[in-house]
Design a protein around this ligand. Structure first.
Ligand code: FAD
Length: 507
């Protein structure tokens, strides 16, 4: 481009930057876009396939999502699915696995059955799977190492035949390739180009200084992951925010254990996905368990440096102390943080991790898994200093002056096209450009929900059978109380002497 000047300049070639470039090129009349990436290839950090869990988060099996949150998440998640189908990326970039939320013990089972009633309209393909059915579709959830059935009540609420999984690294490459193909807009990618400084000039345009050339642009969107806030602070924006980098690691099984994705009931206080099991698309379907969650004093995983950038972006002060204090005061969060710390310590890590993962696969042993070296990434969780709290999910700073900064912890890959649409509309207003909403809606928005193919009568039978089982446990529990046996609390159900010995399995 002449004089290195662009209408929109995007910092960062992860999935967020790539999705924005694609939407600008395809659905607006913006004429020139530059994407600047610090490293030698696109998606080198959190977006690459090994860094994240590769899940499209629709909200059906993520039990910390409320129905209203799930209805929004589903819309943006569907955009990823629709993009992949439109560009014929099935079994190359997007994959289909069965998926479920697994409830273990009466309390979780009842919670999931209630949730099913609330969510089945929004997700018409959701099914209830009892223990008998799980034996056929996901047997490792049912049997222990001796081949015996696990004693607790369990239920799987899930679906089959849907697109569940994406190699977000490859999708990033595809988005940029397709952006470049759009006529009427020139999209250029600059690798090995680290942005050092963004300055607003007197004429209202921006000057972007990099480790290579200098660029100018009418508007700038910073999709630099954990470094977005670092760059915002440099310009004097977002000073009320700080970044807490939460590293996530994984363990891989030595052979395939699960046929599909198995999520557990999530403690809603925790902003990070609870441990789950997923078929690994880059390792021939081996099962990947994780992620763990550990605060790392650096902004990039598996790359040298960025310790100083962490301290600068944390901007340590009394508000940060208050936020940490409030977090650590909560015993659930404190235990979770401590346990996850131990997951990184050699010798202890595998043993402890296996204990937790046995809630999914009761037969799992230390010899079945290994630490997945080179897998994992960093979730830049945002701390709101004004409100003195840890923010759940993503954050965006739209300055209204032509520069936007996006912070994207999980599920940032799922929401890439939805976030990009928000930025596209803001940019079009700022630049006086137009957005082809009709074309966007036609190509990327799901309008007609698929009709349910589920046998409702059969499902109702399963629900009442599982509830009868819970009821039986309840009767036994109260009978024991009446007979004067000392029992812990109501929620320690199902009453089972076996379970009491293994209370570390409970959440
Ligand atoms: C353990 C884990 C599991 C996850 N699982 C899921 C999941 O299952 N589903 C899901 O939807 N999401 C998941 N996520 C979240 C998801 O991976 C991220 O939200 C997403 O990849 C963020 O993409 P991004 O493009 O915003 O940021 P990144 O992928 O971090 O990309 C930022 C880019 O900016 C570049 N950059 C930084 N600074 C500069 C600079 N100064 N100049 C130029 N370039 C710069 C970086 O090199 C990088 O390429 C997970 C994350 C983790 C860590």
């Amino acid at each position: 481009m002449e004089n290195n000047h662009y209408e929109v300049l995007i910092v960062g070639a992860g999935i967020s930057g790539a999705a924005l470039a694609y939407e600008l090129a395809r659905y607006t009349d913006v004429e020139s876009i530059a994407i600047l990436e610090k490293y030698e290839k696109v998606a080198p950090l959190n977006t690459q396939g090994k860094a994240n869990s590769q899940t499209i988060h629709f909200g059906d099996i993520e039990t910390n999502y409320t129905a209203s949150k799930a209805s929004i998440t589903k819309k943006t998640a569907k955009m990823v699915e629709k993009y992949c189908l439109q560009h014929k990326l099935e079994n190359k970039i997007t994959f289909s696995h069965q998926k479920m939320a697994l409830g273990v013990g009466d309390r979780e089972v009842e919670f999931l059955l209630e949730r099913y009633e609330e969510f089945k309209e929004l997700f018409p393909n959701l099914q209830v799977w009892d223990k008998e059915h799980l034996k056929t579709i996901e047997p490792k959830l049912v049997f222990d190492a001796d081949g015996k059935e696990r004693p607790e009540t369990i239920v799987g609420i899930g679906s089959q035949g849907e697109w569940t999984t994406v190699d977000y690294g490859k999708m990033t490459e595809n988005l940029i390739e397709n952006a470049k193909k759009e006529e009427g807009c020139e999209t250029e990618l600059f690798l090995n180009t680290q942005v050092k400084e963004i300055e607003k000039q007197e004429d209202g345009t921006f000057k972007i200084t990099t480790t290579k050339e200098t660029f100018t642009a009418n508007s700038v969107v910073v999709n630099a992951g954990a470094h977005s806030l670092f760059l915002a602070h440099k310009m004097g924006y977002g000073l009320d925010y700080a970044t807490l980098p939460m590293a996530g690691s994984f363990y891989m099984t030595n052979q395939t254990m699960l046929n599909g994705k198995v999520y557990m009931v999530q403690n809603p206080k925790l902003p990070f996905a609870v441990l789950h099991g997923d078929p690994e698309i880059l390792e021939h379907g081996l099962t990947r368990f994780g992620p763990t969650a550990l605060v790392l004093p650096k902004l990039e995983r598996f790359k040298p440096g960025t310790y100083l950038d962490f301290w600068k972006t944390l901007n340590f002060d009394a508000n940060i102390v208050t936020i940490f204090w409030d977090l650590l005061k909560d015993s659930d969060i404190r235990n979770y943080i401590f346990r996850n710390f131990l997951f990184e310590i050699p010798y202890f890590n595998k043993k402890l991790f296996v204990k937790d993962a046995r809630k999914i696969v009761p037969s799992l042993s230390v010899d079945d898994i290994h630490y997945a070296k080179g897998f994992g990434g960093v979730r830049p969780q945002v701390l709101d200093k004004k409100e003195r709290k840890l923010m759940l999910g993503e954050a965006s700073i739209n300055t209204g002056e032509g520069v936007i900064f996006n912070m994207t912890p999980s599920p940032g890959a799922t929401s890439c096209l939805g976030n990009a649409k928000r930025d596209v509309m803001n940019l079009c207003t700022f630049l006086g450009r137009s957005f082809d909403k009709e074309k966007f809606e036609e190509e990327l928005v799901e309008h007609n929900l698929p009709q349910s193919v589920i046998d409702e009568k059969l499902q109702a039978e399963y629900v009442s059978e599982i509830r009868a089982e819970i009821h039986e446990h309840e009767e036994k529990y109260f009978q024991n109380v009446n007979e004067g046996h000392e029992l812990p609390s109501y929620w320690e159900k199902p009453y089972s002497p076996w379970r009491n010995k293994r209370d570390h399995w409970s959440m």
